[in-house]
Design a protein around this ligand. Structure first.
Ligand SMILES: O=C(O)CCC(=O)C(=O)O
Length: 379
């Protein structure tokens, strides 16, 4: 009841016409050539380009913006088909991680098929899925937020499974910057496109508008349901109460999450998250694209339907962002976790020589404009 009341309040405060925008009438080419507002303007989080003044103000205030029907259904069909082939094991993509949901990771460790995969990550070496990151209709908005020179940094297809009743399909409230060793934050933006109708029922994005104006908060595994088969010692990560053991990785690069129960691997949440904060459920149609700032507090709910819920996304950063050393910061948690995964995959000796920043250097791909400090050649 209280939640519905809060939701209604939000609908009053954020009427649909403000954050559900039709694509602006500008060709991709003209957007690429359009002028960008200098950084000393009243706008901190956007650069102009194709965005209308209303859209810019909305993003500045709220940290997200929805553009309706930005990606066509025929393109989404292509990505869906490719995703299925990858899950079926028909296509192998070097460097890509295929993750199983915590609810099936142990019971179906060797099964293939889309119903056992909750996410694929790092598809920069897949020509078909990576087309998404190069779509002019998406890039014209990306450039309007972060400027003309853009790198695709982090790519995902999320296949949120029907929740088996354990609420394991939830994505805890988090800030994406927690995962990124590069700055500044206002030169990073995510494009997240719904591959079908996405509602509260199947686990839409949940955002807390305005939180992008805050700081990066400390993250940890959320204090959700207790899992069984805990094996803290084996993973060397005793500090995480709910982490069972590090992932087992096969030579096919398939990465099996071995958690049981509450939370998927690396699904960290903001430690200080207060569930009474006013949330907004961003319900969208197929092709609608949500652009959001990396400090925006967001997550997604359980999938209460019997079908999988799919989205494709890419985090972009301006190519002149700088890598930062996260040692001694709250981001050490994720850096150590990534280090453990690399050690499992490639051996401890190799992992010793790979820095958290290197992982991102190798993933980064220029998608428009000029190369800069984020590229692999720039150490
Ligand atoms: O698609 C989802 O369910 C969550 C996505 C998300 O939180 C993210 O991309 O950071």
């Amino acid at each position: 009841m209280k939640v519905r009341f809060v939701h209604n309040l939000f609908l009053k405060r954020f009427p649909g016409y403000l954050y559900y925008c039709e694509p602006n009438a500008s060709s991709a080419t003209s957007a690429l050539q359009s002028s960008f507002t200098p950084s000393n303007s009243e706008f901190v989080y956007s650069r102009g380009g194709i965005l209308t003044p209303e859209q810019r103000h909305f993003y500045e205030e709220n940290g997200f913006l929805v553009i309706k029907k930005l990606v066509s259904e025929d393109k989404i069909d292509v990505y869906r088909e490719r995703f299925q082939k990858i899950c079926d094991g028909e296509i192998y993509v070097p460097g890509m991680t295929v993750m199983k949901d915590v609810s099936v990771a142990k019971t179906h460790a060797h099964d293939k098929g889309e119903k056992f995969v909750n996410k694929i990550q790092s598809f920069e070496n897949d020509d078909v899925l990576f087309q998404y990151c190069r779509l002019p209709e998406v890039l014209q908005y990306i450039q309007s937020f972060i400027g003309p020179d853009c790198m695709a940094m982090h790519t995902m297809v999320i296949n949120k499974p029907p929740d088996p009743g354990t609420k394991t399909s939830r994505h805890p409230m988090h800030q994406d910057l927690h995962y990124f060793p590069f700055r500044p934050a206002h030169k990073i933006v995510c494009a997240w496109t719904a591959m079908q109708k996405v509602t509260r029922d199947n686990g839409c994005l949940v955002v807390i508008p305005g939180t992008h104006k805050g700081e990066l908060a400390e993250h940890a595994y959320p204090d959700w349901e207790v899992m069984y088969d805990l094996n803290f010692e084996a993973c060397g990560c005793q500090q995480f109460r709910f982490w069972c053991e590090a992932a087992a990785v096969r030579d096919t690069y398939l990465f099996y999450n071995t958690l049981q129960g509450g939370v998927n691997k690396a699904y960290h949440g903001v430690k200080s998250y207060n569930p009474d904060m006013e949330r907004l459920w961003v319900e969208v149609e197929e092709g609608d694209t949500v652009f959001f700032h990396p400090l925006l507090l967001h997550g997604s709910g359980s999938n209460k339907t019997q079908n999988f819920r799919k989205s494709i996304s890419c985090h972009y950063a301006a190519s002149d962002c700088e890598y930062i050393d996260v040692k001694g910061t709250t981001q050490e948690l994720i850096a150590n976790e990534v280090h453990d995964i690399i050690a499992k995959k490639l051996g401890k000796d190799v992992a010793e020589h790979i820095d958290f920043r290197d992982v991102w250097r190798y993933r980064a791909r220029l998608v428009c404009g000029n190369e800069g400090t984020l590229s692999v050649g720039n150490y």
